[in-house]
Write a protein that binds this ligand. Structure first.
Ligand code: HEM
Length: 235
């Protein structure tokens, strides 16, 4: 499972898209939606934490964790540590982001878990947590036998990419859902600046996710001719 391109330039493009997507979601929620708060009379401000934490915390940091093996010129054990720490932070921020959506619903009298987006969201965060915990035990501490590690490695890579693609798709579904609510409830202009901002944030997110998947399937920059440098064998 390897694409014959050098991963490094792809990682630079991915970092650039990550910065653009992060700025766009912050501008949307701070300038257009009134800001972010954990405690507020205006419950919409609590909801606004959800897209910000899910995009910057979960999708972007999770993507950076995946490409860290290909983007950092460091020793393998250091990259492994960075990979698992970034994933832990992404998971924690993702859980916080979902709590913000629940808090907003509970304090506004809105039912929980009624949408496809929310069901896929619970599936994604649960699979992500499952993937992190068994991988920590098998690949880091206490660590499995070398047979177990090499047997599980392809599963770790394929499940990781599968969950990540689901997360990116679900984030796009979330943008669509929120924009549809705003257009039907708050009568937001369908061709207005805010609608374009939200749709383009989703597009940049999908482009970022695509480059993450491409990077994970590309050759490691350090040894282009070395078969061991392909995809997940770096773990
Ligand atoms: C992978 C990232 C995401 C995950 C895992 C996720 C997960 C969830 C979950 C579990 C809920 C249910 C909360 C409840 O029932 O109280 C929810 C609600 C919601 N999310 Fe997301 N979300 C993500 C990203 C986003 C993004 C980027 C947006 C963009 C605005 C968004 C918009 C919404 C909206 C509008 C709701 C409330 C309506 C509903 O429950 O479907 N989500 N999300």
């Amino acid at each position: 499972m390897a694409v014959g391109i050098n991963a490094m330039p792809v990682t630079f493009a991915a970092h650039a898209l990550a910065v653009i997507a992060a700025i766009m979601v912050l501008v949307w929620n701070i300038s257009y939606r009134g800001g972010l708060a954990w405690e507020a009379e205006n419950k919409n401000l609590i909801f606004n934490l959800h897209p910000v934490l899910m995009l910057i915390g979960f999708v972007i940091l999770g993507g950076e964790a995946i490409i860290s093996y290909k983007s950092l010129p460091l020793e393998k054990p250091v990259k492994k540590l960075i990979h698992l720490i970034l994933h832990a932070i992404a998971l924690a921020l993702g859980i916080w982001g979902i709590c913000a959506a629940f808090k907003n619903h509970n304090e506004s009298g809105i039912p929980n878990l009624y949408s496809l987006h929310s069901w896929i969201g619970i599936g994604v965060i649960s699979l992500y947590a499952f993937q992190w915990v068994y991988s920590f035990v098998v690949f880091f501490f206490p660590g499995g036998s070398s047979n177990l590690r090499s047997g599980l490695l392809p599963w770790h890579a394929i499940l990781g990419l599968f969950v990540y693609i689901l997360a990116v798709g679900n984030a796009a579904l979330g943008f669509l859902e929120k924009l549809t609510f705003l257009e039907s409830g708050a009568k937001l202009d369908k061709y207005g600046a805010e609608a374009f901002l939200v749709n383009f944030t989703a597009i940049v997110t999908i482009l970022f996710g695509s480059l993450v998947v491409l990077t994970a399937s590309a050759k490691s920059p350090s040894s282009i001719d070395d078969a061991d440098s392909y995809s997940y064998s770096a773990i």
